[in-house]
Design a protein around this ligand. Structure first.
Ligand SMILES: Nc1ncnc2c1ncn2[C@@H]1O[C@H](COP(=O)(O)OP(=O)(O)O)[C@@H](O)[C@H]1O
Ligand SMILES: [Mg+2]
Length: 189
């Protein structure tokens, strides 16, 4: 298997997907393919260099926070970051078949932390919330963190509702943070 150093030294620091044919694929989305480099590092290879810049900007801003994967190195079309070993929120729900209060507490703290970092869009897809082995919450795929202002996580609420956990989520929000519940409840109708 060709090592990462020699891959990036080939073409002005740019990588191409075929360089990683022997690497384990962690995930694929619309904008990137993520490959495992080492037990605790992965590389996200972007189709579009502008998207890489957007994600890079948000990751740099987020390095003061434990909710953002560590950033190790980057090039024109890739970012090497911490591989979050654990499970995604959808995988958690599939396995546990419930959304307990302690998880909702972590999700609310995640949104508070995104705001503290200075993100403009305080929202995420359900699938972009990950938990590491210590059950610490992380958020990935940050390309939309800046560029539009959103204070209510409408995408998240829609997504959690679609998975059948909307009522459970809002029940815990009501207990944990009644004013927030009031502000959010209209967005689940
Ligand atoms: N740092 C990471 N640790 C663990 N898994 C990751 C990490 N980054 C991405 N993934 C996995 O790869 C998938 C695709 O990455 P994502 O950043 O969402 O790409 P895209 O921008 O194309 O949507 C994610 O949904 C997730 O399953
Ligand atoms: Mg994605």
């Amino acid at each position: 298997m060709e090592d990462f150093k020699s891959i990036i030294s080939k073409n002005k620091g740019k990588v191409s997907l075929k360089d990683f044919k022997d690497y384990k694929v962690i995930g694929k989305g619309n904008d990137g393919s993520v490959f495992q480099l080492t037990p605790d590092r992965c590389v996200k290879v972007f189709g579009n260099e502008e998207t890489k810049k957007l994600e890079m900007h948000a990751m740099q801003k987020g390095q003061s926070s434990s909710i953002i994967p560590r950033l190790y190195e980057h090039g024109p079309n890739y970012i090497v970051m911490e591989y979050v070993k654990g499970i995604s929120l959808p995988q958690y729900l599939k396995k546990e078949k419930q959304l307990p209060e302690e998880i909702v507490e972590k999700i609310l703290a995640l949104f508070v932390e995104m705001k503290r970092i200075g993100f403009e869009r305080i929202d995420t897809e359900v699938r972009h919330i990950l938990f590491n082995e210590a059950m610490e919450i992380k958020v990935i795929d940050l390309k939309r963190a800046f560029g539009s202002v959103r204070t209510t996580p409408t995408k998240f609420i829609k997504g959690i509702k679609k998975k059948g956990y909307g009522n459970e989520f809002m029940y815990h929000v009501k207990n944990l943070n009644p004013p927030l519940y009031k502000a959010w409840k209209d967005s689940i109708d």
